[in-house]
Design a protein around this ligand. Structure first.
Ligand code: FE2
Length: 274
C-alpha cells in the first residue's frame, strides 16, 4: 500500500520523524520570539465554541498577516491575564509561511512538495498557516470539524500538514481523527455574512458521528496529513506540558476560491506554491 492509498482510505497519514528535532526547535524558538515582541493593543480570543462571536476585524483581516489569538481561559474576570503572556496565546495565524523566513523554508521543503504531488495536488497553493501552542492547563479543546469548512474551494481541495513540534499525548491534547470520515462529505462552510461578521452555512445537516474517533498520540517531528473533509478534533490540555504544533494548509489552484470565504488575502500577497 502506498502513502497515497492509505491517505485515500483513512483520510489521514501519520508520518513519524518527518521533521528533525532541530527544525522543530527552531520554529518553537521563533514563535516564542514573536510572542515576546507582541504588544497586545487588542485582545482577540480564539475559541471554537462561539466562532461567530470572536470573528472580529482583527481575526477577519489576519489572512495575510501575523496575528496573535488568546486562549479563552487566559483571563481573569477583571480582564487581566491569569499567567504570563507567553503562556496565554492560543495561536499565531495566518501567514507565517509567507512572512517569516524560517516558517517559509520549513513550509516549502521539497519533501512536502513531493508529498502534496503524491497525494494528487495539481497546483499547490499554501493558503494558511498556524502556530498552535495548546498551553499547559488552559489549552482549550478544539471541537470536531473539517478543515474545508474554513478553507473552502469548489470543489473542496484543502490538505492539511500538521507538525508536532513537541510530543502530543492524551494528557496534553493530541489530535483525534475519524478514520474514513472524509467520505461523509462537507457539512458546512464558514463564510463572511452579507451584513458583516461571519456565519456557518450548512451544506448537509446530517451530523458527524461522535463515536469512532481515534487518538493520534505522536512524537515530536511527526507530520500528520489531514484530508480537508476528515473530521478531527483535539482535547483540552489539562497537563503541565505544552503541546506546540505548526500547521500549514494547501488548496489546489485548479479549484475556485469563492468570494464569500472568510479568509481573504490582499491582491498584493496572493497564496503561493512551493
Ligand atoms: Fe483542523
Amino acid at each position: 500500500m502506498s502513502r497515497a492509498d492509505d491517505f485515500q482510505r483513512q483520510g489521514y497519514l501519520v508520518l513519524p520523524g518527518f521533521a528533525s528535532a532541530e527544525a522543530c526547535d527552531a520554529l518553537k524558538a521563533r514563535a516564542e520570539e514573536l510572542v515576546a515582541g507582541f504588544q497586545p493593543e487588542k485582545i482577540s480570543i480564539f475559541t471554537t465554541h462561539e466562532q461567530t462571536r470572536t470573528s472580529d476585524e482583527y481575526f477577519l483581516s489576519s489572512g495575510d498577516q501575523i496575528r496573535f489569538f488568546f486562549e479563552e481561559g487566559a483571563f481573569k474576570p477583571d480582564g487581566t491575564l491569569r499567567q504570563d503572556k507567553a503562556l496565554s496565546i492560543n495561536k499565531i495565524g495566518h501567514a507565517l509561511h509567507d512572512l517569516e523566513p524560517r516558517f517559509d523554508r520549513f513550509s516549502r521543503a521539497p519533501e512536502l512538495a513531493e508529498l502534496a504531488r503524491e497525494l494528487g495536488v495539481k497546483q499547490p497553493l499554501l493558503l494558511q498557516s498556524m502556530y498552535i501552542f495548546k498551553q499547559p492547563h488552559i489549552g482549550g479543546e478544539v471541537n470536531s470539524h473539517q478543515d474545508s469548512t474554513f478553507l473552502y474551494t469548489d470543489p473542496p481541495t484543502c490538505l492539511g500538514f500538521w507538525f508536532a513540534l513537541e510530543d502530543a499525548t492524551l494528557e496534553n491534547g493530541c489530535l483525534w481523527a475519524l478514520p474514513g470520515g472524509h467520505a461523509l462529505g462537507l457539512k458546512k462552510r464558514f463564510v463572511r455574512a452579507p451584513g458583516g461578521g461571519t456565519a456557518f452555512r450548512v451544506l448537509d445537516s446530517t451530523p458527524v458521528p461522535d463515536k469512532g474517533f481515534v487518538p493520534l498520540e505522536v512524537k515530536k517531528g511527526t507530520l500528520v496529513v489531514l484530508h480537508g473533509l476528515l473530521p478531527h478534533k483535539s482535547g483540552a490540555n489539562t497537563s503541565p506540558k505544552s503541546r506546540h504544533a505548526y500547521s500549514v494548509h494547501l488548496v489546489d489552484g485548479t479549484a475556485s476560491y469563492p468570494e464569500d470565504n472568510w479568509l481573504h488575502r490582499s491582491p498584493s500577497m496572493p497564496a503561493r506554491g512551493f
